[in-house]
Structures are given as structure tokens and as C-alpha cells.
Design a protein around this ligand. Sequence first.
Ligand SMILES: NC(=O)c1ccc[n+]([C@@H]2O[C@H](COP(=O)([O-])OP(=O)(O)OC[C@H]3O[C@@H](n4cnc5c(N)ncnc54)[C@H](O)[C@@H]3O)[C@@H](O)[C@H]2O)c1
Ligand SMILES: N[C@H](CO)Cc1c[nH]c[nH+]1
Length: 441
Amino acid sequence: MPIQITKLDSSQAGFQPALSALLAFEASTDEAIERSVAAILADVKARGDAAVLEYTNRFDRIPNGGASSMAAFDIGQAELEAALAGLPEAQRLALQTAAERIRLFHERQKQELSGFSYTEADGTVLGQKITPLDRVGIYVPGGKAAYPSSVLMNAVPAKVAGVAEIIMVVPTPDGVKNQMVLAAAAIAGVTRVITIGGAQAVGALAHGTASIAPVDKIVGPGNAYVAAAKRRVFGIVGIDMIAGPSEILIICDGTTDPDWVAMDLFSQAEHDELAQAILLCPDADYIARVEASINKLLPTMPRQDTIRTSLTDRGALIKVRDMAEACAIANSIAAEHLEISAENPQQWADQIRHAGAMFLGRFSSESLGDYCCGPNHVLPTSRTARFSSPLGVYDFQKRSSVIHVSEAGAQTLGKVAAELAYGEGLQAHARSAELRLTSNP
Ligand SMILES: NC(=O)c1ccc[n+]([C@@H]2O[C@H](COP(=O)([O-])OP(=O)(O)OC[C@H]3O[C@@H](n4cnc5c(N)ncnc54)[C@H](O)[C@@H]3O)[C@@H](O)[C@H]2O)c1
Ligand SMILES: N[C@H](CO)Cc1c[nH]c[nH+]1
């Protein structure tokens, strides 16, 4: 059956409301999900391991009546190493190559721990010190597919930042452990792997349980339950972002093989029924050729049901007036992934301000970035690229201000501070500054 994909034309009346409706994504704030996640988090906070055990047995369908204790969900280092040793050579090499490329890219993001400092004329020293987080939780999704690449994308930057303890949670539906996921954890140097997922895993990492010490920050993508849980625990722990269902936006000038573009749209649609894949192109004939490619290639895809639902419900082929308009629309969409599949892509990239990651030229398929180019694949979704950045080393480092005031500095700064403190009606602040003045009023 030919696919029923939304077709829009930017020159037609009603285009803007139609585009807004297409982009609206409320799954992570769906009320039923919110209620369920709130209840799970409260239960995990109150009952700890017992609640995590129950939810994991139920939601991940752990076989043989479920696990009887949390210890069953812990995977020791020996099992991680065994998974790595047991992988076929080609898979092991691919993981190691990807990990090394990701490490090399992220090393460049690292801020030196010495930070900066400068000395004023009176001897006062001011500066900023950088420290890695002590203990982080990384969420690796695992409900509908297994993501060894997400293990690397989360853990490698944490390692580069110098995080001492990296606790990875990953659900194992039906109790099936994915060997590549375990091997990736071994390569990345994850401290501990616990096979739990969903809101209960986020709650356990945030609040701590008898078997899991609380972490300082939780990073990583996940489904709507995970996103809602991360949103709710923010403040108790730090979070990176709310990375929801995958998105791809392709700007094409009509010069790329339409099969390539169709497959690139599929590459994100196959993640999730809620994933979003959109093409912007000024050439109506070319759009028709991409649609033909979609219909030709879809039946060959093992995940064709997910792709079909995603493209039908949330996908679109959009005819634009020209490439400049495509760039303007792309800025308003602020997609997670933007492919500029065009001759001379740089001229269009110069016009892009909002995108999680940009893939320039027809050889830069987004899928290469998912695995092994080096930049992170955990990216802001649902238009949050307007204010959010890819997961990076900076997510695992924090800054402290360092203030060392000299005696001379205390004389000038003390008078300024006291003046402002009296202005705010804060006597203790003012007196604290004044006590250090040699001519103490
Ligand atoms: N942005 C990225 O970097 C990136 C990378 C990989 C995957 N993703 C996205 O992450 C998502 C992964 O989702 P997933 O479902 O495969 O795995 P997931 O691990 O995020 O979610 C699985 C968990 O959801 C919970 N859950 C499922 N149904 C539930 C229910 N009815 N009530 C309560 N809890 C329930 C269960 O605890 C289960 O363990 C997809 O949307 C995918 O597109 C994003
Ligand atoms: N496309 C996902 C980010 O949205 C990342 C990923 C993992 N595996 C394949 N792809």
C-alpha cells in the first residue's frame, strides 16, 4: 500500500499552521504518562529496591516469574569483559574504532581543570576552577532496540571529563542482555551496569536505594517515560537535556539520488513510531521521485511497520520556494539532525543557526554520525536545539568561582559591598565587609 505521507507547500495558504501542527509533540507531557511516572518515582523514593524490582519485572517482562532481588540486575566487570571477548572480530573492531573516534572528538571539548585566574593591581586573585562530576548515571535506552552506540556516546565524554563513577542503566526486555551493549560498556570503562530502565531507573539513580547510591547527574536519551522522569527529578540531580524521539530534517536541492534521501528519512523513522522525518526541497518533481523511492524501498525494511507509522503520523515532504527559504524553515524547526544534501552545502550551512547536528553534503549521511564520525549523537530534540547543545564533556564538568581578596582589595571592595548591602537592608553583610576595613566605621 503506498504511504500516506503529509505533503505541504510553503507557498500555499495555511502552510504555517500545518507545519506547527506537524511539529507539535506533547508525548513527554502526556497526562497519563505524567501520572504514571509521578507514581513510579514516588514509589521508588518510598520503597527503594522493592519498587524498582517490581516495576522492572513487570515492564521489562523478566522471565521465570521475574528476578527475586536487585542483585540479579547487576552485571559485573567480568561479564562485560567476557561480552567484549566473545564478540565477532568485526563487531569488536567497529566498536573500538567508534569509541576511539568519539574520544578524539570529545578530548577537544575538555576544559583544563586549572580553569583561569587573574591578579588585580592590589593583589586580589579571581578565577574559575573546573571539576569533573563525582558520580553520574547514564541512561541507555533498550525498550524497542539496543543501542551500543549510545553507551559510547554517553560514557566516553564522561570518562574524558574525568568522572570517577559512571553508573549505566539499561533495560533488558524479556531479560535478554545485548552483548554489544555490554561490550561497549567494557570499552568505555563504565563503572557499574544495572539492567533496569524507564522511570524506575531514573528514580533509583536520583533518590538512591539500598543497592544504588544516588548520582549527581543523569544523562542520556529515552522514551517518553524516561523523559518525563528526568524532567521530574531535575533539581534533585542535574540532567543533560530531554532527548526524545529521533528527528531528521533533510534540505535537498534535488541533486542527490532520491533512494539515498528516502533511506536517510527511514534511518530515523525506524527508531520509533514517534520519530520525525521531514524533507524540504524546492523541486516538486524531485519530491515525487523521493516519494516513489520511499514506496519502492519501504517493503524491504525489517522495521517497515515502525517506519510507516512514523512517516504517516509525523513525517512530511515539503515543497519550498527556494533553498534560502528551506534554511529559514529549518531554523524554525530546529531539528535534532539536519542534512544539507546539496551542491556546495556550506553556503546553506552558513544560514543555519538552530540544529542539534548538521550533516553537510550528500556523503554525510546522518547514520555515520549516529555511530562513528565522533561528535555526539545525544542531541536536543523537539525544537530544543534553539537553546540546547549536543551532549558533551561540558555536561560532565562544572565550574567553581575562586575569590582570594588581598588586604588592600578588601579596603576598596569592602566599601562598595557595604554600600550595596545597606541599600538591600542587609546589616550583617555590610558589617562583615566593614570589619575588614582598617578604618572600621
Ligand atoms: N537522541 C538519542 O541520542 C537517541 C538514541 C537512541 C534512542 N533514542 C530514542 O530513545 C527512545 C528509546 O525508547 P525505548 O522505548 O526503545 O527504550 P527506553 O529504554 O527509553 O524505554 C523502555 C522502558 O520504558 C518503560 N515503559 C515502557 N512502557 C511503559 C509503561 N506503559 N508504563 C511505564 N513504563 C513503561 C519501561 O520501564 C521500559 O524499561 C526512542 O524514542 C529512540 O528514538 C534517542
Ligand atoms: N539516531 C539516534 C539519535 O537520535 C542515535 C542512534 C543510535 N543508534 C542509531 N542511532
